[in-house]
Design a protein around this ligand. Structure first.
Ligand code: F0G
Length: 476
């Protein structure tokens, strides 16, 4: 099926001419993982078995898995080669030194601590800095960041700029932090009580939107003025660097890696989940400049993660990380990465599907409340869309709306989330342009039958993080 309005070229803005060529995947495929094709009838059955919750589906019954971009990257031949060379020594592993060198070079931080994933670093750093009475401020805390901060007894404030909260508004750096609010919050809560200011790049919970260097500089200046620790959540820093180079004046001639280094230079340290821009399936780190803070974190690391030269990782993981962190900054890779997410988002936009604009770096966020405008929020339009995507196309996505964030008032009525979004997260180097065209075709079918979609109700739910395990039913 041909989609109306689908450009002939990969994200080409003009007609297909000899001058503009398709942006191709900058890799050849050497090893393949078969996808089992299923029929709509089968998927209706699988959905029933999974109680209409995509987290309860078997992955082998999914055709295109867009649940997350985290830990789902394809590794390169060089990374797999490194896996065979991993040094599994308990202490002083050669693979650790390669990983440490690369991270030290990029972050400019003296003290690097390996962790098995991002949230392990968050637990160590924010657990140490936090505690009752402390306050953390971010453009938007990712769920696990907030959970670790709140678990320590501290409070977390999200202060994205106003544009960042409106899905349809176009802005080049919608991930920016509201610096006026930052100063207000610091004065209100007193600098001594601020555990840290955390800038998340790109802003995952805010639509994968980038943060500008100018904004990072402003945040750094305010943190310096009040002597507050400034931490970067750098999960997607390479993707953020791409947007800076192409959208912010003065960076046209910088390399992506230099832009990332410049951003790290403004901070006191970073926490990174390497499952994103590390191009690996597992890993993370904490990078710090202050020796005393690093020492305290190292002690916690040894108690809970592992010795300071592996921190919960195998030597082979660390070998793949050292290589992945180099590959992620390659211009051909980053161009393909950002343009392919844009290809999905921009074509959905052209087809009239309401999405968070402009398209972010790692994912497309659909505004399900606008797409299924006939469904009230207490019938979970986001979950309804997730179910339709799976039933029609075997595509797995995740609801980021009232299923995830909804609460109840004292009468048991739903207090909905401000937005009803569905995230289509793109794994790195995994799917090709034809997979994306297939996703667009499935959306065309959903558009044609939009008004027939029924709402959803929750029939069983746990007390916390209900989206993972709740059971749903279709409202007939
Ligand atoms: N920070 C951000 C911005 C994230 O997106 C994530 C994970 C983490 C921290 C935690 O890292 O998973 O390695 O412990 N995001 C994944 C997602 C889970 O699907 O967006 P982790």
């Amino acid at each position: 099926m041909k989609i109306a309005g689908l450009p002939e070229v990969y994200l080409g803005t003009k007609k297909n001419t000899m001058a503009i060529k398709t942006i191709i995947e900058p890799f050849r495929i050497k090893m393949v993982e078969p996808i089992r094709m299923s029929s709509e009838e089968e998927r209706i059955e699988y959905l029933e078995m999974a109680h209409y919750n995509p987290f309860l589906l078997k992955s082998e019954n999914v055709i295109i898995d867009l649940l997350t971009d985290s830990g789902t990257s394809a590794m390169s031949a060089k990374q797999w080669g490194g896996v065979m060379e991993g040094d599994e020594s308990y202490a002083g592993s050669r693979s650790w030194m390669k990983m440490e060198d690369e991270i030290r070079e990029q972050t400019g931080c003296e003290f690097i601590l390996p962790t098995h994933q991002g949230r392990a670093g968050e637990r160590i750093l924010y657990g140490h800095l936090g505690g009752p009475g402390k306050v953390f401020i971010s453009n938007t805390h990712f769920d696990t960041t907030r959970a670790n901060i709140e678990f320590s007894g501290s409070t977390a404030f999200d202060i994205p700029i106003d544009e960042g909260k409106k899905p349809s508004v176009e802005h080049p750096f919608k991930g920016n932090m509201d610096v006026d609010k930052l100063e207000e919050l610091i004065t209100q809560h007193k600098p001594l009580n601020i555990g840290a200011v955390i800038l998340t790049v790109t802003n995952n919970s805010g639509g994968g939107q980038p943060v500008s260097m100018a904004n990072a500089r402003d945040v750094a200046e305010i943190c310096k003025k009040y002597e507050i620790l400034f931490v970067l959540d750098s999960c997607r820093i390479a993707e953020n660097a791409y947007f800076i180079k192409h959208r912010e004046e003065g960076f046209e001639n910088h390399t992506y890696k230099d832009i990332a280094k410049e951003m790290y230079r403004l901070t006191d340290g970073a926490v990174m989940s390497l499952k994103k821009d590390g191009l690996v399936n597992m890993g993370g780190f904490i990078a710090l400049k202050d020796p005393e803070l690093a020492e305290a974190c190292k002690n916690l690391l040894i108690i809970t993660e592992g010795f300071a030269t592996y921190g919960g990782l195998s030597g082979r993981d660390m070998e793949a990380i050292a290589q992945g962190l180099k590959e992620v900054f390659r211009p051909d890779y980053l161009k393909y990465r950002i343009k392919s997410t844009g290809f999905l988002g921009d074509n959905l936009h052209k087809m009239g599907v309401p999405i968070m604009r402009p398209t972010g770096g790692h994912a497309v966020y659909i505004d399900a409340k606008a797409f299924y405008s006939h469904l009230p929020v207490n019938q979970y339009p986001g979950q309804a869309l997730v179910l339709d995507l799976y039933r029609k196309g075997g595509i797995r996505a995740v609801e980021i709306g009232s299923v995830m964030f909804g609460k109840y008032d004292e009468n048991g009525n739903l207090i909905p989330s401000p937005m009803e979004l569905v995230r289509l997260a793109m794994p790195r180097r995994v799917y090709t342009q034809s997979h994306v065209e297939y996703i667009l075709e499935v959306f065309q079918e959903l558009i044609n039958e939009k008004d027939k979609t029924k709402g959803v109700k929750i029939v069983k739910e746990p007390k916390f993080l209900r989206h993972f395990t709740s059971h749903f039913e279709i409202i007939e």
